[in-house]
Write a protein that binds this ligand. Structure first.
Ligand code: NAP
Length: 286
């Protein structure tokens, strides 16, 4: 078995039979996906390679056509193409159709299928990092954008009894709540005090200074997840830890949503430990 460290350090040999996967987005320069997936392919003994391709806004359909023309084995999709790719693939999974957004394209027969692995990756991360099972729990999600919608849908699918969506734009918060059917409502941040789980799905905290929530509302009864992983500890996670809450940042979600993509592309189980070690190493040194 390849150790996580040796898998991320080994040189990648590319030949005419090498299968190619890639992330498309703009920007993609700081993506952790290439080191994470290349380490995974190496560890699994696959002759596959993964690249980051900058694709300008508005060119999602051309990128999907290129995936077909160039016989790419798999595609990860990041901003600003998640909606554009959803409109361009042959088929959508039920999750991607409900969200109207795709973060992964895989092949099934002759079809290019759009999937969204963010929500399921988040739920897997709750299990592996926080030992938190959303069944019968009350959850609060801060934010109403693409990641928040994926998390809301996945928490509903995982059996949460009630979900509160806290957004600065009420129409967007209400639309995100509708994704979970009758169990979700849009509301104000004071209501998070009653939640078992609080999720920051806004970019607030990426600067290392700002927080999306009044720290006084968080206590030791809470599990707190921040989808941000740069910085490793946002002010929200720091204050939640100090209050005695159980916390996780967004790195495990990134790893787990990638593991699902690996499984969809290759049909193999993902070497999750290798992927996590590669991502952690890149964050520490990159
Ligand atoms: P997005 O679609 O742009 O949505 C951002 C949301 O945050 C929107 O609801 C927006 O409000 C809200 N927001 C932005 N600035 C705010 C502020 N100053 N105060 C209050 N609310 C604010 O972005 P996204 O794709 O959902 O990503 C959200 C975060 O999740 C980012 O930090 C991203 O890096 C992270 N993420 C992590 C992973 C992972 O694997 N760990 C995966 C996906 C995303 P409006 O509704 O008013 O626009």
């Amino acid at each position: 078995m390849t150790s996580p460290e040796s898998a991320s350090n080994r040189p990648i040999l590319v030949s005419s039979s090498t299968r190619v996967a890639a992330v498309i987005g703009d920007p993609v320069d700081h993506s952790l996906s290439p080191v994470m997936f290349n380490a995974a392919f190496t560890a699994a003994g696959l002759d596959w390679v993964y690249a980051a391709l900058r694709v300008a806004a508005g060119s999602a359909a051309e990128a999907v056509a290129a995936m077909e023309t160039l016989n790419l084995a798999g595609l990860s999709v990041t901003m600003p193409h998640k909606q554009g790719v959803a409109a361009a693939v042959h088929r959508l999974s039920p999750t991607a159709a409900a969200l109207g957004a795709v973060n992964c394209v895989y092949r099934e027969g002759r079809d290019l299928v759009g999937e969204n692995t963010d929500g399921e990756g988040f739920v897997r991360a709750l299990t592996t990092q926080l030992d938190f099972d959303a069944r019968n729990k009350v959850c609060a999600v801060l934010g109403a954008g693409g990641a928040a919608r994926a998390v809301v849908a996945a928490l509903a699918g995982a059996g949460a009894t009630r979900i509160l969506v806290v957004g600065r734009t009420s129409a967007k918060a209400e639309a995100a709540a509708r994704i979970a059917g009758g169990i979700a409502v849009a509301g104000s941040q004071e209501l998070v005090a009653d939640a078992d789980l609080i999720v920051n799905a806004t970019p607030v905290g990426m600067d290392g200074n700002t927080t999306p929530l009044d720290p006084a509302l968080v206590s030791s009864r809470h599990h707190v997840a921040d989808l941000i992983y740069r910085p490793e500890q946002t002010p929200l996670l720091r204050s939640a830890s100090a209050a005695g809450a159980n916390v996780m940042n967004g790195l495990e979600m990134l790893v787990q949503q990638g593991a699902i993509q690996f499984e969809l592309w290759t049909g193999l189980s993902a070497p999750v430990d290798v992927m996590r070690a590669a991502a952690e190493n890149e964050l520490a040194t990159g």
